[in-house]
Write a protein of this length. Sequence first.
Length: 568
Amino acid sequence: MIASFTFKPKLFSTLRNYDRRQFTTDLLAGIIVGIVALPLAIAFGIASGVTPEKGIITAIVAGLIISLFGGSKVQIGGPTGAFIIIIYGIIQQYGFEGLTIATFLAGAFLIMFGILHLGTIIKYIPYPIVVGFTSGIALTIFTTQIKDLLGLTMTSVPSDFIEKWIAYIGAMPTIDIWSASVGIMSVVIIALWPKIVHSNNLLKKLPGSLIAIILMTIAALLLKQYTGVSSIETIGDRFSISNQLPGTQVPQLTWDVIKELVSPAITIAILGAIESLLSATVADGVIGDRHDSNTELIAQGIANLASPLVGGIPATGAIARTMTNINNGGRTPVAGIIHAAVLLLIFLFLMPLAQYIPMACLAGVLVIVAYNMSGWRSFFSIMKNPKSDVIVLWVTFILTVVFDLTIAIEVGLICACLLFMRRMAETTEVKVISQEINPEEETSDFQMGNLEHLTIPEGVEVYEINGPYFFGAGNRFEEIMGALHHKRPKVRIIRMRKVPFVDSTGIHNLTNLCLLSQNEGIQIVLSGVNPKVQAVLHKAGFDVMLGEENICSHINVALERAKYLINK
């Protein structure tokens, strides 16, 4: 698998036929995406428990690397809302240094995923799990923003979801009307902006989040300057803003530290892989292209190795920014590179202005992000699906909200696997054929005329397995045989013509069945075993245990063999 590894960034293939016209559209798309990414990077950084500049640094460094080395033409990378909760939790438990190490390890895991060609496998994680933890993250993000959105006066905010809401309810009398007005107006502006500018192509390109930040920042400054309102907390009141480029910092890796942080690192890696590949897949459907999932994972890994070296946080592909890139004409990774350059220029020359942005406004931005991320339509759609999907959905959702994302993903995957195994086991049917075999149910493998008079002799039982022979099938035999209260047969014929494969559990169960039957003086005869299954049985020694003459090509031969065994 490793020998066949290929790493083919899309940038190099798209530059072969690159022209000035495409550069113009990529330039415009890159500038717009950079502007869109600015308020989100700041908001995601603060909500994650780090400073706003760390959010922008992540968007610059990770966004550049993902565009340079990624397997998608239009993927835009950077910090995303999905990481907010897990980053905040890691910082609370291990500090920022712990986050740096966890992000670095996650980058290594992502590269490993790509090298081992796990890109296609990760895309098959059950949809209810993805919707469950995405909706859970959205609700958690919304919950974390209530304090800033309403300007509540609280000495500390509990980390537990339920305790947090109890604390909010107790602090409701301390709502600051001005902060709450700024927060609610921010939500209204962002929500209504697309409808306001739907007929204006120029204004339509400006994100509602940026408009809300500009208007609410100006409003807060005017209120403070001319009316003496000083209760509206800003970024500058909470953080010291700097536009200095950070130096590199190499995390101190020891075996004890790695063992402690490997679990959150794997969670970051899996979440980053799922979100980036989901984003790339959605983009493929829009532009009619096909991304290289393994190359994309390697690029995501490199980005997450580089981001913590400059003080950044985890990054992945961002669906909203990727779609903004596509909608504005971006069709090559050049647009993503330009988006990173735009953010760098803003960081160097305009970053000090961020100190005037109200915290309530950023909370409003994240409330909209949480709403868009919630996927409530998909959530309620899955509620109409089979009960197994509903169980996985609710288990993942509740665990994400009440506990944490690491537990939610682990338990969600376990539930999905168990329910899948149960569903697969139910597809395997074991039935008893009595007295006569109906020729209308047979396939063209046999002579139809020969089947008209195929009766089952006295002292012979015929069982047929329909489906994969693995866990569960052996138990079906025991259940069926236990339900049959009749004279013990001399021969049991097991028809396996409809068994596409058999696994080690199936071989174990079949071996036990054969040995149990032999101890009771009953001879087992296998019928219609396909070549692949027969090869597996041969390796397991069935030809020795049963005798090659008791492994028959089809039911005619098996019945003749059974008659011989009865009469000998």
